[in-house]
Design a binder for this molecule. Structure first.
Ligand code: NAD
Ligand code: UDP
Ligand code: UDP
Length: 430
């Protein structure tokens, strides 16, 4: 019984004619057949030439496309600050988040469309921020503006409302915020003497800390808009980035100056200590459409005064100097800095230097030849002179301003006229 239970299946499975697998084809012969095929009729040469041509296109074409785009967009903004170019290709040199098809050299294979980045602009409802947002949206990125409207205005961004690539968040940067982004342009800070006396130090310190914490968490690249005020009342002229400045730490301007200096320190701390990719711009006096009309800055004051037929208020003896940069030049510099490979700091300003009396004369020439000039007491700790040395930005970012004061000033007049008098009166006076 026990023996009958023994499994005998293997006996029945044994075929009468045992299977003998075919001997493997000699692989050498098939390889050599393929090789012979390749060399016949100069096929190999054609393949190699094809690869070389494709590689050349891959290397050269994206570079030239990107360069021509930068100059296209720059020319457009120089001529008309509100004209947004229709092309959306821009070289990518950026970071990590959600950008899988990009590579660090900024080259995108032919036929692949550049994937838009997700970018936060803090202070994006302000003067500089809103122009920056225009450029980023125009090139195809998604932009999140974080602003508490302390000095900014929704009107500066209203033309983007309804665009799915645009979001506006009312938020004070001194409070933490969670976002997922590739780049952070950190501009939020009251920038005019009238406004910055309120709390720029807290905004610059705590706000910058929060934005750096955000950059660290999501691996975003972070750009700080610092200021020429870090040089204080400079003892070196023109100011080079290596100059450490001459700031009164307890003066009326120190809340702004020292706030920005601390923001620069925090930025470098996060760069060195937490490997955050950072960029620092030191912005010199900038003007253009959408400046706050009554924020006390000299260009907005003079332009508004000339349009209202009021006297131009020159503080002190009017011999102090500043160097004035048109806003589209600045925006070009900020984008080049963010996309480039250098941390900075970089001076971004126009080296054309004017005394305040000379500026008043340019405003008279441009808007109202009969405008009177009146002298007022100067403010405390007013820097005597200021002029950027921009050699570093020229060399490493390939950037320099293109719009001189006499060309830029007329570009802001119609915007100011419309905002002061409204459309109808503006046209009547025009
Ligand atoms: P702006 O006042 O027009 O814009 C600043 C924006 O930041 C405003 O929209 C304001 O509402 C917002 N903001 C302020 N505090 C905030 C907070 N706590 N949370 C969120 N949003 C806040 O000034 P601007 O001229 O456009 O300046 C932009 C940046 O450039 C500032 O950081 C400024 O320090 C720097 N900067 C400007 C100049 C210049 O001449 N315009 C010169 C040097 C540096
Ligand atoms: N932070 C933020 N958003 C983030 C990450 C951090 O607002 O996505 C804030 C956070 O609340 C903190 C600051 O950034 O106040 C610094 O963050 P970090 O992680 O560098 O420092 P820690 O929280 O460890 O002190
Ligand atoms: N200023 C002036 N008249 C004004 C406003 C400002 O003469 O109505 C002077 C001011 O004293 C300073 C210069 O213009 O010397 C630039 O002032 P602003 O506040 O525009 O910039 P910042 O001092 O921050 O460079």
């Amino acid at each position: 019984m026990g023996t009958e239970m023994i499994y005998r299946g293997h006996d029945s499975q044994t075929p009468s004619h045992a299977y003998t697998p075919k001997p493997p084809k000699p692989w050498l012969s098939s390889v050599s057949r393929a090789a012979r095929y390749l060399v016949r009729e100069q096929r190999l040469i054609f393949v190699l030439v094809g690869i070389a041509v494709a590689s050349l296109l891959f290397i050269i074409v994206p570079k030239t496309t990107a360069t021509s785009y930068i100059s296209t967009i720059h020319t457009a903004t120089a001529e008309d600050p509100y004209r947004i170019p229709s092309r959306t290709l821009q070289p990518y040199h950026g970071s990590s988040f959600g950008s899988a098809i990009m590579n660090p050299t900024g080259k995108i294979p032919l036929g692949l469309k550049r994937k838009g980045l997700r970018i936060v602009v803090t202070g994006g409802a302000g003067f500089v921020g809103s122009h920056l947002v225009d450029r980023l949206i125009a090139r195809g990125d998604s932009v999140i503006v974080v602003d508490n409207f302390f000095t900014g205005r929704k009107e500066n961004l209203i033309h983007h409302f309804g665009n799915p690539r645009f979001e506006l968040i009312r938020h004070d940067v001194v409070e933490p915020i969670l976002l997922e982004v590739d780049q952070i342009y950190h501009l939020a800070c009251p920038a005019s003497p009238v406004h910055y006396k309120f709390n720029p130090h807290k905004t610059n310190v705590v706000g910058t800390l929060n934005m750096l914490g955000l950059a660290k968490r999501v691996g975003a690249r972070f750009l700080l808009t610092s200021t020429s005020e870090v040089y204080g009342d400079p003892l070196q002229h023109p100011q080079v980035e290596t100059y450490w400045g001459n700031v009164n730490p307890i003066g009326v301007r120190s809340c702004y100056d020292e706030g920005k200096r601390t923001a620069e320190t925090l930025t470098m701390d996060y760069h060195r200590g937490a490997n955050v990719e950072v960029r620092i711009a030191r912005i010199f006096n900038t003007y253009g459409p959408r400046m706050c009309i009554d924020d006390g800055r000299v260009v907005s004051n003079f332009v508004a005064q000339a349009l209202r037929k009021e006297p131009l208020t020159v503080y002190g003896d009017g011999k102090q100097t500043r160097s004035f940069q048109y806003v589209s030049d600045l925006v070009e510099g900020l984008i080049r800095l963010m996309e480039g490979e250098h941390v900075g700091p970089f001076n971004l300003g126009n080296p054309g230097e004017f005394t305040m009396l000379e500026l008043a004369h340019v405003v008279q020439e441009t808007i109202e030849p009969n405008a009177r000039i009146v002298f007022r007491a100067n403010t405390q700790d007013d820097p005597h002179k200021r002029k950027p040395d921009i050699s570093k930005a020229k060399e490493l970012l390939g950037w320099e301003p293109t719009i001189p004061l006499r060309k830029g000033l007329p570009l802001m007049v119609s915007d100011f006229r419309t905002r002061i008098f409204g459309d109808h009166k503006g046209r009547l006076r025009g």
